[in-house]
Design a protein around this ligand. Structure first.
Ligand SMILES: NC(=O)c1ccc[n+]([C@@H]2O[C@H](COP(=O)([O-])OP(=O)(O)OC[C@H]3O[C@@H](n4cnc5c(N)ncnc54)[C@H](OP(=O)(O)O)[C@@H]3O)[C@@H](O)[C@H]2O)c1
Length: 287
């Protein structure tokens, strides 16, 4: 039985659907009563627990032998996931598949790149079969700019820096393959899309896909901070994101790898396909 954390999030809910489609048993974890029904409707077991309440996790994981581990980074990222990993192993979990990040590095200036690397290092020392997924930036991040995009502008501070953006649905597909096939133990996979793109190139693809002129416009750090202040994200997250843009503006995040195709047997989704599939959300954004 696979225990799925982050099951109500972007990657987790996609993974739940993929597992349900092939009738693979999973227990999806959520922290709100109203989320239980939706997960059960997919055909999974669903259970209430909270990352910050170790007892609830211990109870929830009983009887599971695999863990899909995904949490949202903040100041307590390392301590939180270390506790979850310890509880999982004590509860009898034999395999952990965790979502890290492509730029995970202990000496990074970027807070979540450091904490992801710390967790990855910790996991690798534990007596459990592990697989670490290190995706690059998600294509779906651009949905966060959909209001500006619907007005014809894509504000950014990436200059000519490139990222090999990945569609998060491909991360979920890789996770499904890794969770259901034992040949991926003790591996770290760098997951990317099929092409590295500047934000200017992204704007061109949005223009073509939405049939609407979208112009990439370079803004200052102060202007970006102002935009992010409307998003409701924490100061820690805002600072990390700004740092990420500054690092990204200096070059390519990760070169294109072929891991998605090698593991899933399918080509990674292109940015054009992503725009086509999310057209509605770009053209009629909620704000
Ligand atoms: N965005 C990128 O470009 C990028 C690139 C590389 C790596 N990553 C990594 O990918 C991960 C994010 O993936 P995602 O977009 O799928 O995440 P997401 O949509 O933000 O989902 C986060 C999940 O965690 C759950 N959660 C948060 N706090 C919880 C708590 N205290 N107890 C129980 N559940 C809790 C949320 O539940 P609720 O629904 O209740 O909130 C949700 O299911 C992060 O580790 C990030 O660093 C992101």
């Amino acid at each position: 039985m696979i225990f799925i954390t982050g099951a109500t999030g972007s990657i987790g809910s996609e993974l739940c659907q993929l597992l349900a489609a092939e009738k693979t048993e999973a227990r999806a974890m959520c922290r709100k009563q109203e989320q239980l029904l939706r997960l059960k409707d997919m055909g999974h077991e669903a259970i209430l627990a909270n990352f910050d309440q170790p007892d609830s996790l211990q109870r929830a994981m009983q009887g599971c032998d695999k863990l899909f581990l995904l949490t949202a980074p903040d100041e307590r990222h390392f301590e939180r996931e270390r506790t979850i990993i310890d509880i999982a192993i004590e509860s009898g979990i034999k395999q952990i598949v965790r979502v890290s990040t492509g730029d995970a590095n202990l000496s990074s200036r970027l807070a979540y790149a450091r904490s992801h690397a710390e967790i990855d290092h910790y996991l690798r020392t534990r007596p459990v079969n592990w697989t670490i997924l290190r995706p690059t930036g998600f294509m779906q991040n651009f949905i966060g700019s959909s209001f500006a995009i619907s007005k014809g502008s894509l504000p950014h501070m990436m200059h000519e820096g490139q990222i090999s953006y990945i569609d998060l649905r491909d991360i979920a597909l890789v996770a499904k393959c890794v969770l259901t096939d034992e040949k991926h133990h003790r591996a770290i996979y760098y997951l990317t899309g099929a092409e590295s793109l500047t934000v200017r190139a992204v704007a061109e693809l949005l223009t073509a896909g939405l049939d609407k002129e979208v112009e990439a416009s370079t803004i200052t750090e102060a202007e970006m901070r102002k935009i992010l202040s409307y998003s409701g994200m924490s100061a820690w997250h805002k600072d990390a994101l700004i740092e990420q843009f500054i690092i990204g503006s200096n070059g390519c995040e990760i070169d294109v790898t072929e891991e998605v195709q090698r593991i899933t047997g399918k080509l990674p989704r292109s940015f054009t396909q992503f725009v086509n599939d999310y057209k509605e959300q770009f053209l009629t954004p909620h704000h």
